[in-house]
Write a protein that binds this ligand. Structure first.
Ligand code: FAD
Length: 319
């Protein structure tokens, strides 16, 4: 079933969903099941699985002694994990599909696989720049922005494939999610410019938005208002992540270009160790979740980061 159909069926009741990361290469599906098993009693209708392309590392060549730049894909397996989740739990899995590393042909073939696996939903994203690339570099015949990726998925929903010799191609029926940034995407000169591009993705056929994490609910509410004002009327799902480690006070703003409210930061700075940070992070996320639920958001979407204990405590307190 489509993500948006779940929202319609819920008729204003806030659903709950989770995002998981593929395990590091060499790991097993047990890592995913160990994260999800304790969370399934909360009946998430869908679970997102992130996509991770290859990245560069410098490794010393033992013979020459020189360092060589090599590409390594550390977290493969998104599609297999989706199939495995659907098989084990009977819920929908939402694979993240990115532009980076994919030609349009690769994208088409990936979508055919997803369709054959009866995966009805995808989250269409551009992906970030690889380390040492400096800026996002698309494949020679790949998508530069998520906008054209959405257009390609929509074309397949209409039975149009890249190969123009294909007449009456099978129509896929993907529900398409996209990313949204309450504090704007870091490359964008302003929130309103970013929103104009978001609107283009909706007009191209995207069905719903999942937001970047935020720690101040007013950022989300203002973002939703700004979207509605320019005619973006699709469901906007808040993405939530509890803080559990002291270093995240700096690493999360640096990595995700988001701010932290003073009240939260002051509490975190006073915390004597990570155990204390985790308690503050959990309590903060519970309060965020309760307020969002009271405002009937379509869904609370938790970034699990493999930490089911923390997420369980939050969801138990909210539902
Ligand atoms: P785009 O929509 O292409 O936007 C990128 C930038 O270009 C923005 O600044 C935008 O304003 C601008 N822009 C957009 N369209 C145009 C246009 N037509 N012309 C000019 N400028 C334009 N990354 C992964 O690698 N794997 C994941 O699994 C993953 N999951 C994510 C899940 C969520 C909920 C979120 C919020 C992000 C996720 N990301 C993931 C990160 C995402 O790939 C990055 O944030 C990336 O930098 C931008 O992706 P996007 O789809 O928003 O890009």
């Amino acid at each position: 079933m489509k993500v948006t159909e779940y929202f319609e069926k819920a008729a204003g009741n806030t659903l709950i969903s989770f995002e998981v990361l593929p395990p590091l290469k060499g790991g097993s599906m047990e890592a995913i099941f160990n994260t999800l098993d304790p969370l399934m009693e909360f009946k998430p209708p869908f679970i997102d699985v992130t996509y991770h392309r290859e990245d560069f590392e410098y490794k010393k060549n033992e013979k020459s002694g020189h360092y060589e730049k090599i590409a390594i894909r550390k977290r493969p397996g998104t599609v297999g994990i989706c199939a495995s989740i659907m098989h084990r739990y009977g819920v929908d899995a939402v694979p993240h599909l990115i532009c980076g590393g994919f030609t349009k042909e690769d994208t088409e073939n990936a979508l055919i696989d997803l369709n054959f696996l009866k995966i009805d939903n995808v989250l269409a994203l551009r992906g970030d720049a690889r380390r040492f690339d400096g800026k996002f570099v698309p494949e020679k015949d790949g998508h530069k922005y998520a906008l054209t990726l959405v257009e390609q998925i929509k074309s397949m929903n209409n039975g149009t494939y890249l190969d123009k010799n294909i007449k009456n191609g099978a129509k896929t029926d993907f529900c398409i999610g996209i990313a949204g940034y309450p504090e704007k995407h870091f490359e964008s000169p302003s929130l309103s410019v970013d929103l104009d591009f978001t609107k283009q993705k909706i007009e191209a056929g995207a069905d719903y938005i999942v937001t970047q994490m935020f720690f101040d609910n007013s950022k989300y509410f203002e973002y939703v208002d700004a979207c509605r004002q320019i005619g973006i009327d699709v469901p906007i799902v808040p993405g939530l992540k509890p803080l559990t480690k002291k270093y995240q006070i700096n690493s999360i703003p640096r990595r995700f270009f988001i701010s932290m409210p003073d009240a939260l930061t002051k509490e975190l700075l006073k915390a004597k160790d990570n155990a204390a940070v985790k308690e503050i992070g959990i309590e903060w996320c519970i309060q965020q979740s309760k307020e969002l639920k009271a405002r009937s958001v379509p869904c609370l979407h938790y970034y699990t980061m493999g930490d089911s204990d923390t997420i369980r405590r939050i969801v138990e307190a909210v539902y």
